[in-house]
Design a protein around this ligand. Structure first.
Ligand SMILES: NC(=O)c1ccc[n+]([C@@H]2O[C@H](COP(=O)([O-])OP(=O)(O)OC[C@H]3O[C@@H](n4cnc5c(N)ncnc54)[C@H](OP(=O)(O)O)[C@@H]3O)[C@@H](O)[C@H]2O)c1
Length: 295
């Protein structure tokens, strides 16, 4: 068997077309333009790439976009003041502070200062709490993207054994939680593995759906999965450079070997990554509609 490739690039393209249309209609019918601000502190090259992609995508879709590039020695106080200014700016429906922040800034202080109604990254405790309770809220973008890619490929989750590798606050914990919610796209039996898990392969071999978010290149090998498994590979690992100096990326799954056993698998790159940015745009449109009383 060779797996169906779950292309995040293609799925994201479809969703972006839908969003573009929705944004045009919001303008035409209600004179609403969703607005997103991206805030980058310091000069981390990967962060610059991510912020650039977010800014470009929002502009392409017709989202009003602002960007702040702050020096690495920006104080926590100054960053809080900027967040406060953005909270009060009615043109901005979404605020994205790119992580990681420089060490001298307390990330939680910044993320908690964002108005939960503008927290399009879905990292504020209010949104995380609502997510856990199964209430309407902004879902964190990477797990949200995973739900969408499963839904749009008609992959059933109800009653399935879902095994998640990795327990980060932005990927592992939220996707595990979303998968066990009592609603469509959830209803799975979920196992969450981490570095203290005694026998990870014991769990992965039982998985109907395996989600890898560990940041360890090609950790999941073919002997760790069962035939027909669906794999969502979140890992983005830079494993070298091409002759032209471009990064060579690998996921957390040994794609070439595992795709021969899986029924469906996301590639790296072109899998979960493009979905993550697209969900940020979707959340921004939702925020604009909510602010205008349209939800
Ligand atoms: N495509 C996207 O949009 C996207 C978005 C976010 C992240 N990512 C990528 O996803 C990967 C994970 O990132 P993250 O931020 O979620 O995680 P993270 O904060 O880097 O944490 C990694 C998690 O994996 C667990 N882990 C590490 N080695 C393990 C092993 N050998 N066996 C079992 N568990 C192990 C750790 O366990 P402990 O808790 O015990 O330490 C931790 O919970 C990275 O490659 C990152 O670049 C991609």
């Amino acid at each position: 068997m060779s797996a169906k490739i779950l292309s995040g690039t293609e799925t994201a393209k479809t969703i972006r077309e839908e969003l573009k249309q929705e944004i045009a209609e919001l303008k035409e019918k209600h004179n609403i333009v969703p607005g997103l601000v991206t805030i980058l502190v310091g000069e981390d090259p990967a962060s610059e790439v991510y912020v650039g992609a977010k800014e470009r995508t929002s502009k392409n879709l017709g989202i009003y976009s602002e960007r702040y590039d702050m020096p690495a020695d920006t104080s926590e106080e100054d960053l809080l003041a900027l967040v406060d200014k953005c909270n009060k700016n009615d043109k901005l429906n979404g605020i994205l502070v790119q992580l990681p922040l420089p060490k001298h800034i307390n990330e939680a202080n910044i993320l908690y200062a964002i108005d939960p109604d503008k927290d399009v990254d879905g990292f504020h405790p209010v949104n995380i709490g609502k997510m856990m309770l199964g209430e309407k809220c902004f879902l964190p973008c990477t797990p949200h993207g995973m739900l969408e890619i499963l839904k749009r490929n008609n992959i059933e989750t109800s009653g399935k054994e879902v095994v998640v590798l990795g327990r980060s606050n932005i990927v592992g914990k939220p996707i595990a939680n979303l998968m066990l919610q009592k609603r469509e796209g959830g209803n799975a039996t979920v196992t969450l593995c981490h570095t203290r898990t005694k026998d990870t392969a014991f769990h992965t071999k039982r998985a109907d759906i395996l989600i890898a978010a560990v940041g360890v290149p090609k950790m999941v090998t073919a002997d760790m999965v069962k035939d027909g498994v669906v794999i969502l590979d979140v890992g983005v690992n830079r494993i070298g450079k091409t002759a032209e100096g471009k990064s060579i990326l690998a996921g957390d799954v040994d794609f070439e070997a595992v795709k021969e056993k899986a029924s469906a698998i996301t590639p790296v790159p072109g899998g979960i990554g493009p979905m993550t940015i697209t969900m940020l745009m979707m959340n921004t449109v939702q925020a604009a509609k909510a602010a205008a009383g349209l939800l």
